[in-house]
Design a binder for this molecule. Sequence first.
Ligand SMILES: *Cc1c(COP(=O)(O)O)cnc(C)c1O
Length: 244
Amino acid sequence: MNDSFIIINFMNVYSDRISQIQQAIARANLTSPHPETAVCLLAVSKTKPASDISLAYQSGLRHFGESYLQEALSKQKKLAHFAITWHFIGPIQSNKTRAIANNFSWVHSVDRLKIAKRLNEQRSPNLPPLNIYLQVNISGEASKSGVTLEQLPALASEIKQFKNLSLRGVMAIPEKQTDYEAQCRPYRDIYQTVQKLEDPTLNHFSFGMSGDIKAAVHEGATMIRVGTALFGQRNYYSEQKKTD
Ligand SMILES: *Cc1c(COP(=O)(O)O)cnc(C)c1O
């Protein structure tokens, strides 16, 4: 064993956490009614420095999610040498759509036609279509964003007309619950409703965060958005809202 081995090993501080999360996903998949589903781990790096993303990347992660545009753009610039797939997961204001449309591959938080229209118009036709999740909000959800399950089919069919967007699935941020069954319920309701639509484009489910990985995977998540369990607690800095 030489020095460089030790340095490389030390750099991969995220390897253990990633393998723990991957094991939790695998265990949840064993008892899931949807066990064939491959689950992508999206590393939510908002408020975390580019150096943390770099280490997680070196530990094998390729998908990173950000919520604040200016912060994301600055990290993207620093990490341009990495083959990262960037996901925008935060609330979208109209005046931010151009930058979001052209600097991300996936957007998880589309919940109205006006925003979808702007993303479609502003996405460069030289780029592949922007992958879209529609954010669904069923009653009692923590976030005020999102369409109801009743509104989902109409919005989905409008968005499918947009040639620079590719509708992929649904995203949800349920209210925080500690009880396992209570964590499962909203995801199950959304999953079953979407299945009934029999729409092959809606086959991705962005479900689950650090606190409910097991429930989300059990209920059909194809992508889970994990921040704290990977990068540790976030310290929200007060400047954030001002610069965004
Ligand atoms: C911050 C955030 C996450 C990550 O939450 P953790 O509890 O830290 O894993 C996931 N999804 C969205 C939309 C977020 O804003």
